[in-house]
Design a protein around this ligand. Structure first.
Ligand SMILES: Cc1cc2nc3c(=O)[nH]c(=O)nc-3n(C[C@H](O)[C@H](O)[C@H](O)COP(=O)(O)O)c2cc1C
Length: 159
């Protein structure tokens, strides 16, 4: 099977959209990721698959920690902004409004939910690494609607 057929097939699995954020001595970075999932309850762990050729993986390894902001339905623009490769900026986060959590991680304003994670392990996954994070903190809004990704396009929940 070629990669475009593979993408077509796995694109049928609808996901939410996150921005994975890093802070390396004040150098902030963010990357849009939908290959995110909850992994373990004991210990509390999540995983995100991060491309080996991008900037984000090295930033996660350098920081030893990462944040995960789960995007809301109205944050498609942010998803597109963080899907473009860019050198880590000093405190800018591509113009996105954000706050810094007590653990020093970046939480995007308006996100539906957020997790602070300590890097637990990076496993080889072909052209991506499977990045496992131990969850150390987080929050979720009581209401709101998620941004979804399905068949290569953004989508939303039906009312
Ligand atoms: C909806 C969406 C989901 C994405 N999911 C992932 C993902 O899970 N893992 C990944 O490595 N890249 C993913 N990407 C691509 C990255 O966001 C993109 O390659 C980005 O430029 C990488 O940034 P960096 O090189 O600065 O780390 C996704 C892009 C979009 C638009």
């Amino acid at each position: 099977m070629d990669s475009s057929r593979f993408r077509q097939i796995v694109g049928c699995f609808a996901t939410g959209v996150t921005v994975v954020t890093t802070n390396v001595d004040g150098q902030l970075h963010g990357m849009t990721a939908n290959a995110f999932t909850s992994l373990s309850l004991e210990p509390l762990q999540v995983l995100v698959c991060v491309g080996k050729s991008g900037t984000c993986l090295q930033q996660i390894k350098s920081a030893g920690a990462f944040g995960v902001s789960v995007l809301q339905a109205d944050q498609e623009d942010l998803s597109n902004r963080f899907a473009k490769s860019q050198d880590p900026e000093d405190g800018q986060m591509r113009g996105a409004a954000f706050s810094t959590t007590p653990n020093g991680l970046v939480r995007l304003d308006g996100a539906l939910a957020h997790l602070d994670c300590r890097l637990a392990q990076c496993l080889d996954g072909g052209d991506h690494d499977i990045v496992i994070g131990e969850v150390i903190d987080g929050d979720a809004s009581e209401s709101g609607s998620p941004l979804l990704f399905y068949r290569g396009r953004y989508a939303g929940l039906a009312d």
